[in-house]
Design a protein around this ligand. Structure first.
Ligand SMILES: C[S@@+](CC[C@H](N)C(=O)[O-])C[C@H]1O[C@@H](n2cnc3c(N)ncnc32)[C@H](O)[C@@H]1O
Length: 354
């Protein structure tokens, strides 16, 4: 899979990246050895021609010359997996994991999908950044035209309905988490005075900047960004982003810290048909259960306005079902201290905010 979770065969066909299934910079596309590179190129051709077993054999021969080549090990795992040799794929990804120090190749995720490692609590930032950098150029066309991606439209619709119901034309400050190329921002722009976007992928941010939709853009991991950046906001959106975040409670807690009381949070999640709280899928994306997600929202101080089942997009020709959620940050609860209660009538003690 070139783009786990998003690549139908057509997306792969249109990819500018010559080696499917690997997240690599140009430098890493070469092993550093001409003969190993040639063998890898033939392996790629065999894979494209529908013979993953032969591709895996040839790639193993390339790795005899360049045994420490991370992109080669990743491809060997991919070819073996496609050929049904899961034990062989796991062996290749184990070797990759030892060399994948910044998690850029997602070796642990790939091992976890086959039960060969514990699922991480979230997707490695290095993997997300490399994955979407690879895909940034083609993202809008692949998502909208080929994968029938609908999340920004669904999220924006819920935000607009909530603002209309309150008689508000616009909100002052909004933050779009995992803004990508700006598909969500384009839909929100009319209803927001100041729109910020944050994303791990410099390539995606460059596309968003080119569109000129956001007032401010940052390359950062979203929970770190929420913890560090300035004043409160009125609206937070996250369209098709939490599928890379794994455990949601820390994410919701970080958002609650930044949202004004009464502020809105709108996002999508993929839902697990088996209703497990949080599970890593073979697409290398996380799915969540409706109940666990809504409980986590309540625990972080949100009230759910709506949580609708929706078809989010397609993956390998199949519709992906999920939930589009709109929640409102609760006002802080005012708790009177015992001293305040006894002196209520004299108004001498201020209530504490929690
Ligand atoms: C499927 S894309 C969706 C992009 C955009 N929200 C849209 O609807 O078009 C997911 C985006 O989330 C970003 N992302 C994933 N995890 C992130 C994290 N922890 N911090 C910041 N960005 C993240 C990725 O880099 C990617 O651009």
């Amino acid at each position: 899979l070139l783009f786990p979770g998003l690549c139908g065969t057509s997306a792969r066909r249109h990819s500018p990246v010559p080696f499917p299934g690997s997240i690599v910079t140009r430098a890493q596309l070469t092993s550093g050895d001409l003969i190993a590179d040639r063998r890898a190129a033939y392996a790629h051709m065999l894979f494209e021609a529908g013979d993953p077993g032969a591709a895996a054999d040839l790639m193993a021969q390339a790795l005899e010359i360049a045994p420490d080549w991370p992109a080669g090990l990743d491809l060997l795992g991919r070819y073996r997996e496609a050929a049904g040799d899961i034990a062989g794929a796991v062996e290749a990804w184990r070797a990759l994991a030892a060399r994948d120090t910044d998690g850029m190749f997602g070796a642990t995720l790939k091992l976890a999908v086959h039960g060969a490692a514990l699922a991480p609590r979230r997707t490695e930032p290095g993997y997300v950044a490399a994955l979407f950098d690879t895909y940034a150029d083609d993202f809008d066309a692949a998502l909208l035209q080929r994968l029938h991606y609908r999340v920004p439209e669904l999220v924006a619709e819920r935000v607009a309905n909530a603002l209309d119901a309150e008689g508000r034309g616009v909100v002052a400050q909004a933050l779009d988490l995992g803004c990508g190329t700006g598909l969500m921002g384009e839909r929100l722009r009319q209803r927001v005075s100041h729109l910020s976007g944050v994303d791990l992928s410099p390539g995606m941010i460059a596309e968003a900047r080119r569109k000129g939709v956001y007032d401010q853009l940052a390359v950062a991991e979203l929970t770190a960004f929420l913890a560090e950046c300035g004043g409160p906001v009125d609206l937070v959106t996250a369209a098709d982003v939490f599928v890379y975040c794994g455990a949601l409670p820390p994410v919701f807690a970080a958002i609650a810290e930044r949202l004004r009381p009464g502020g809105l949070l709108a996002f999508s999640i993929e839902t697990d048909p088996a209703n497990r709280d949080c599970v890593l899928r073979s697409s290398l994306r996380f799915a969540h259960s409706r109940q666990a997600s809504l409980d986590a929202l309540a625990a972080a101080g949100f009230s759910v306005v709506s949580a609708d089942v929706a078809m989010l997009r397609e993956d390998r020709g199949e519709p992906i079902e999920g939930l589009v959620v709109l929640a409102r940050r609760n006002a802080p609860v005012v708790v009177a201290t015992p001293a305040a209660r006894s002196e209520d009538s004299q108004d001498s003690t201020l209530p504490q905010l929690h």
